[in-house]
Design a protein around this ligand. Structure first.
Ligand SMILES: [Zn+2]
Length: 324
């Protein structure tokens, strides 16, 4: 009997990660393509199809053998139809676009679309660092800071907009967040906010090697690897900004734990994975003074599924399709 394989796609602002998994969610093949920065949703969908076809090739399957494709996407998602709107970090993606339908046509199978951060949290809960627990908080520290919640074994997204831990207020009337509000955790710790802050400080005359490193390594932005390099070199500005980022993460995550009392916090995302368990330990120590029940802190762990975690989690959306 032919093996039943599913596809998973994690649609990010900078890259599209894809996997092909078997019935036990083991990764058989994976591929990555950059997210188009020009054009519109149709161009992004075309790149997603190409990336998943690449993954099928590395896994040694034809793309028409996929029994279901799951997608984790940013923006506002209609889980019934797979339409996506207001994905503002993707090119010209404000209006609703029938992403699920387009991919279903391309692969000739059922496609389900979920929230990127929630599917990544579900993936960690079921297959990664969250396996020993019933209740976890996923914190995805990357360009922005996203959150996913699993309570007593079930994902919690509220009325569809839950998990926005990045917009927890850590300072009243504080710094402007990329969302436009003031004092959000993301405004002090998200990669985009850190970069904007670094630029502003350089304009004001402060010194840093961050932008030299960016040019030297031919990156269009201050990626997680550029931040890591600057830290390794002892760059003062980078160190100060990340100290502040850790402090903000400690404040915001501790507040969420005071409310939810989850057993574990799982740290993922580009920066989270880059700084690894050492970064997670630092977040735990920054949380510590703010935990009300400080004698029973949650475990704070780095995401175990790594860069493909979002795509593997997305593939869980179509487990039932594969069983048919
Ligand atoms: Zn915000």
């Amino acid at each position: 009997m032919a093996r039943v394989v599913r596809g998973g796609i994690d649609l990010g602002g900078t890259k599209i990660e894809t996997v092909v998994v078997d019935s036990r969610s083991q990764v058989l093949g994976s591929a990555r393509r950059p997210t188009p920065t020009k054009g519109g949703p149709a161009d992004v969908a075309t790149a997603m199809v190409a990336a998943l076809k690449d993954a099928c090739q590395t896994a040694g399957f034809a793309s028409d053998q996929l029994r279901g494709v799951g997608v984790g996407a940013p923006g506002i998602i209609d889980p019934q139809t797979g339409a996506v709107s207001t994905a503002l970090n993707l090119p010209n993606w404000r209006d609703s676009y029938p992403l699920g339908e387009r991919l279903a046509e391309a692969f000739g199978t059922e496609v389900r679309v979920g929230n990127d951060v929630q599917v990544a949290t579900d993936g960690e809960f079921e297959l990664g660092a969250g396996r020993p627990y019933r209740s976890v908080l996923g914190v995805f520290w990357g360009t922005g800071v996203g959150g996913g919640i699993v309570l007593d074994g079930k994902p919690w997204i509220g009325r569809g907009g839950g998990g926005e831990i990045g917009h927890t207020v850590v300072r009243m009337n504080g710094r402007r967040c990329p969302c436009g509000r003031r004092g959000c955790m993301e405004g002090y710790s998200g990669r985009a906010a850190l970069e904007a802050r670094a630029r502003k400080l350089v304009e004001e005359g402060e010194k840093t090697d961050l932008f030299k490193l960016m040019q030297k390594h031919d990156r269009p932005r201050l990626t997680s690897s550029i931040w890591a390099r600057a830290l390794d070199q002892g760059d003062k500005l980078a160190t100060a900004l990340l100290d502040e980022a850790y402090e903000a993460l400690g404040n915001g995550i501790a507040s969420a734990v005071n409310l939810l009392d989850v057993e574990a916090v799982i740290i993922g995302g580009g920066l989270g994975i880059r700084f690894g368990q050492e970064g997670a330990d630092r977040i735990a120590s920054e949380m510590s003074p703010h935990l009300y029940h400080d004698l029973q802190p949650p475990d704070v762990l780095v995401a175990a599924l790594g860069d493909v975690g979002g795509a593997v989690g997305a593939a869980l959306l179509v487990r039932k399709t594969a069983r048919r």
